[in-house]
Ligand binder design. Structure first.
Ligand code: SAM
Length: 363
């Protein structure tokens, strides 16, 4: 079993993204999930998962229990060790320095040498307390609870107190700050944050050998993130300025021989001027579509009413692919169903007071 540490506030969304890298993901406490198996290279490319570890075991969120758990565990490892403790959102009130000292002494008693700078094995000790939200799925169509993590339910779930111990197996590469929209060669207001862009690319299934399309690619934010985890990417946009800008950004981040920071070869890219409701692509030519629908007030909408544009793009997406992830400032769930999609999951992500982003996962 593995332990997944999520990074942000929205565990349900993080859980759906982490299923790109792990199987049988189950949330066990705020910020924490367990999984049956994982692909370390994919963990490196996750946005909302920070780390994955080989699970040693779970107990309640106290240092004494964590100590007892480690004393009882079998440890099939050689080399130097370090303990790194965290208290998720400061929820358990456990002293992480005390925890590191106590667990470190258990390891020393069992004959391990400590190397805090560069250990051969890092033991993660994660403490978390709080309510585990229920996985409501009222917006989803088929009731497949294994797939559907969230629609904000407003209900408060069971209260849990957890300490999980695990040997660090893989960490995600935290280089998103270097791709802030304003730091890219081409910038326009309304560009998607690279963290969300990476997450939606992962949920769409971006990986080497797969092709991801953004039919309204704007500055190419989603395509850059999908390309950096190895997918081949295709973009269209109605505006010539955006096409030129997306090309500049994609060339900057993907036209390089060295592997991407996540360790995979960078994907190939193609961007053309085109109408997202009439794609120049064969049926089924694409593995998955991701798009960030215009927000009416922000992006310039070429030739269509917003609802017609989104409906048309959803229908065309269904023709060329059998999976899609749609980001927008409203739900568009009915339009997605009308276009022949099944709603796998839906999320509302509050960006700031006047902007909520909706994410629909469609298959
Ligand atoms: C919200 S922006 C996408 C932003 C993008 N995710 C980014 O990070 O830059 C929506 C884009 O849709 C494009 N667009 C509007 N109508 C279109 C249409 N009919 N076909 C294709 N693109 C269209 C706009 O030019 C705009 O670039």
């Amino acid at each position: 079993m593995y332990l997944l540490e999520y990074g942000g506030e929205d565990d349900a969304f993080a859980a759906v993204e982490s299923r790109h890298a792990a199987t049988s993901v189950t949330r066990v406490a705020p910020g924490l999930a367990v999984a049956n198996a994982l692909v370390p290279e994919r963990v490196r490319g996750l946005a909302y998962t920070r780390a994955a570890s080989d699970l040693v075991g779970r107990t309640d969120a106290s240092v004494a229990s964590a100590r007892a758990l480690l004393e009882a565990a079998s440890i099939d490892r050689e080399g130097t060790v370090a303990v790194r403790a965290t208290d998720v959102h400061g929820s358990s009130g456990v002293s992480t320095t005390h925890a590191e000292r106590e667990l470190g002494s258990v390891l020393v008693d069992r004959g391990f040498a400590v190397d805090l700078e560069d250990p051969d094995h890092a033991l993660r000790a994660v403490f978390s307390e709080g309510r585990l939200e229920s996985d409501a799925n009222t917006n989803a169509d088929d009731g497949r609870d294994d797939l559907i993590e969230s629609v904000a339910s407003g209900e408060s779930g069971e209260r849990v107190s957890v300490c999980a111990l695990g040997w660090l197996a893989a960490e995600s590469v935290r280089d998103f700050g270097s791709r802030a929209p304003t730091d890219k060669p081409f910038f326009q207001p309304g560009s998607m944050d690279p963290l969300l862009a990476r997450a939606v690319a992962n949920i769409a299934g971006a990986e080497p050998g797969r092709t991801i399309l953004d039919p309204m690619c704007g500055t190419g934010g989603v395509l850059v993130e999908a390309g950096l985890v190895g997918a081949d990417v295709v973009g269209t946009d109605a505006q010539a300025k955006m096409v030129a800008g997306a090309r500049t950004n994609l060339a900057h981040f993907l036209d390089r021989e060295d592997p991407s920071p996540t360790g995979v070869p960078r994907g190939s890219w193609h961007v053309a001027r085109g109408d997202g409701t009439r794609l120049p692509l064969r049926d089924g030519a694409i593995d998955a579509v991701v798009f960030d629908a215009p927000y009416g007030r922000q992006s310039k909408i070429e030739t269509h009413r917003l609802a017609d544009l989104v409906s048309g793009a959803l229908t065309e997406s269904r023709r060329v692919a059998d999976r899609a992830v749609v980001v927008a400032d409203r739900s568009w769930a009915n339009e997605a169903r009308d276009a022949g999609w099944t709603l796998e999951a839906a999320f509302e992500r509050r960006v700031h007071r006047s902007l909520t982003r909706y994410v629909l996962v469609l298959s």
